[in-house]
Design a protein around this ligand. Sequence first.
Ligand SMILES: C[S@@+](CC[C@H](N)C(=O)[O-])C[C@H]1O[C@@H](n2cnc3c(N)ncnc32)[C@H](O)[C@@H]1O
Length: 386
Amino acid sequence: MTPGARVAAAIDILDIHLSGTPAEQALTGWARGHRFAGSKDRAAIRDHVFDALRRLRSSAGLGGGMTGRAVMIGLLRGQGIDPDTLFTGVGHAPAVLADQERVSGGDLSRAARLDCPDWMLPHFDQSLGDRSDDVLEALRHRAPVFLRVNSARANLDQAQSQLAEDGIVTRPHPLASTALEVLENHRNINSSRAFLDGLVELQDAASQAVVEALQIAPGLRVLDFCAGGGGKALALAALGAEVVAHDISPARMKDIPARAKRAGCQIQIATPDRLGDFGTFDLVFADAPCSGSGSWRRAPQGKWLMTRERFAGLLDTQQTVLSQLPTQTAPDGAIAYATCSLLDAENRAQVNWFIAEQSGFAIDLEAQFSPLDGGDGFYVARLKRM
Ligand SMILES: C[S@@+](CC[C@H](N)C(=O)[O-])C[C@H]1O[C@@H](n2cnc3c(N)ncnc32)[C@H](O)[C@@H]1O
């Protein structure tokens, strides 16, 4: 496909997405209907679509409307590319710009320029102060790809060598001692020997740093209360913790047994009705549902789907989760609360709420990571009984 034809495909996919279909589904549907498109075409089209979603508001502003075509025109303008070079009407490229499209766009508000919903901007400003613009700007760019080296299977050097045999070039990243940043050929990871043999897992570097911050001693009994697909549970188990994974939606944990087998570690699964059978834990870890504001580079749709009402609902859920943790915690145990959010309302404010509700707990460790550190935005606080 020509570069112009790829832009035309991205326009079609964006139109399907903007009429209500999730972006991944729109991409898959397009690929099914266009089997002639090679893997390089599909990857390039996917990049256009996700670049546009990260910058949806500014692109619509610069392109003159919230349609796939206007958004792609605006995206190119925002990237300093003249849309006329791709909107040629030749072959499968999009039609030449109309006069009206040439004059569209204009001054953008600060929130539009930073691709932030208006109501969300005060949350960023209050949480990040003078770093707010830089962090929001970082969220407009693609995220690096990170791997976690499974220390139960390999050290960093061994993992790097094995990955290099499949052409995957990496370098260690300072955010976590287990983190490798992928520099080349990240699309080969899932089929690489290192991945299939459990030497590495795809995991953001800040996500790894959160687990590392908890200073897990081998043999520690840990409950991963919001285990989801098990990313943190696997990282905890790799450090020698005895991990029990739990989630309000057990179906979300379905892949954990296979992932644990590949990693060569043991993770027990507790469904909500059986959690009582497992006793109490040295550490109860809750990676709570959140706005995902720290990972909007990877999942940019979340930024535009979030509303004040949904945000308020998430704050309630976080408090529900927090209030369930003490009964699972041993008398001399600790609670760890984490989110992939950059916003105080979901982080320190929730921890303060918990401390006020459940007297007897105090923060003994706290860390906040932002995309300016290299990985996603993440928060973690550990609370101990005083
Ligand atoms: C941020 S995700 C967890 C991601 C996971 N820890 C990982 O590293 O891959 C949050 C999870 O919390 C679960 N959850 C939501 N409300 C819950 C509740 N009240 N109790 C337990 N889990 C809950 C959701 O089903 C979701 O899987």
